[in-house]
Design a protein around this ligand. Sequence first.
Ligand SMILES: [Zn+2]
Length: 113
Amino acid sequence: MVLNRLTKFFTGASPHLSRVLAMKVFKRDQFTCQYCGLDGRNNLGNWMILTIDHVHPHAKGGAQTMENLVTACQPCNLIKGKRVFKSLQEAKEYVLARREEWQQKFEEQIKAA
Ligand SMILES: [Zn+2]
């Protein structure tokens, strides 16, 4: 099945996370970034940047459980990084605020170019 092959490919970068668990997370989240709302089902470009994020970072002891894993697009995952938050909601507020700042900087750079 194409979906399984894609999942296998795109979750290959995380050696600690089982592909079965990754697919469960994607399905629960309806292939949508839990930070910015990007829908991976809209087009291949969106699909290709979906990742699995550990809400409490894996590097800081975060569990490999459904409760601690969410679907995140690469930009949101990158922005969140290994920061520790009290909740997904707090992490989301941080990520969205940073995205807004980056968006404004981006627009300034484009205008200046
Ligand atoms: Zn996102």
